[in-house]
Design a protein around this ligand. Structure first.
Ligand SMILES: [Zn+2]
Length: 217
C-alpha cells in the first residue's frame, strides 16, 4: 500500500502512497486530531468525524456525501500526534492506521515531522507539505516566514482566514502556517476561492525564495 518512506530533509519524513484514497484513509484521524477546527486534540471515532464533515465541508454541504477522500491530496503532522494512537486512545485502530504507526515505531518519542502525498500529487502539493515540515522543524525558517507575512496587506489576510475557516479542515492554531503554504504554492486555488491574489504576488515570490534557501535536497 505504501510506496515509500524516506527522510527528505532533516527530521522531515515523506510517506508516499499509490492512491489518493489510501493516503487520505490512512491519515484522516491523525490529521484531524492535529488540526481539525472541531476535533483538534480530541479522541474521536471515524463515524463521528464523518457526520460532522458532511455538515461542515464545502463539498459535503453541497452534495450531502462524505467527500473527504477526494478532498485532500496532501497531509502533514508532527510526530507527537502519533502518541495517543500508540497509547491506545483511538482503539480500535484501522488496518491503515496500524501500518502508519508501525512505520515509525522505532522512533517513538523523537520529535520529527511527517508529510504524505500520493503518486499523482503535483509538485506544488509536495512543496506545500515540505514547507509545513520546515515551518515546524526549523525555527529560523519559521521566523523568516512570519517576517514576510507581516508585510501582507490586511484585507488579503482576512480573505485567506475566511477561506481557511470555510474549508472544513483548519483549526485557527494552524492558520499562520497554512497561510504561508497557500500563498507560496496555491495562488490559483486561493484566487478561485475569492482571495484577491494580485496584492500577494510579492509575498509569493519572497516565500518561494525563503523556501529555496532552506530546502536543499
Ligand atoms: Zn497545508
Amino acid at each position: 500500500m505504501i510506496v515509500k518512506c524516506r527522510e527528505l530533509a532533516k527530521n522531515i519524513y515523506l510517506v508516499k502512497f499509490q492512491s489518493k484514497k489510501q493516503l487520505a484513509k490512512t491519515f484522516l484521524r491523525f490529521q484531524e486530531h492535529f488540526e481539525s477546527p472541531k476535533f483538534r486534540k480530541k479522541v474521536f471515532k471515524l463515524s463521528e468525524f464523518k457526520e460532522w464533515y458532511v455538515k461542515n465541508s464545502p463539498a459535503g454541504i453541497r452534495t450531502g456525501k462524505f467527500t473527504y477522500y477526494k478532498d485532500w491530496g496532501g497531509f502533514n503532522i508532527p510526530s507527537k500526534v502519533l502518541e495517543p494512537f500508540y497509547r491506545g486512545k483511538f482503539n480500535p485502530l484501522t488496518r491503515e492506521e496500524k501500518i502508519l504507526l508501525g512505520l515509525f515505531k522505532s522512533f517513538r518519542r523523537k520529535n520529527f515531522y511527517i508529510i504524505a502525498i500520493h503518486d499523482k500529487s503535483g509538485k506544488h502539493t509536495l512543496q506545500h507539505e515540505i514547507a509545513h515540515g520546515l515551518f515546524y522543524t526549523n525555527p529560523r525558517y519559521k521566523k523568516a516566514v512570519i517576517g514576510i507575512l507581516k508585510k501582507c496587506d490586511k484585507n488579503s489576510r482576512e480573505e485567506i482566514n475566511k477561506f481557511l475557516l470555510n474549508r472544513g479542515g483548519y483549526h485557527p492554531d494552524v492558520w499562520m502556517d497554512e497561510t504561508h503554504t497557500h500563498i507560496m504554492t496555491d495562488m490559483s486555488y486561493l484566487k478561485r476561492h475569492g482571495v484577491n491574489t494580485k496584492k500577494l504576488s510579492g509575498i509569493n515570490k519572497e516565500l518561494n525564495n525563503v523556501f529555496k534557501r532552506y530546502f536543499k535536497r
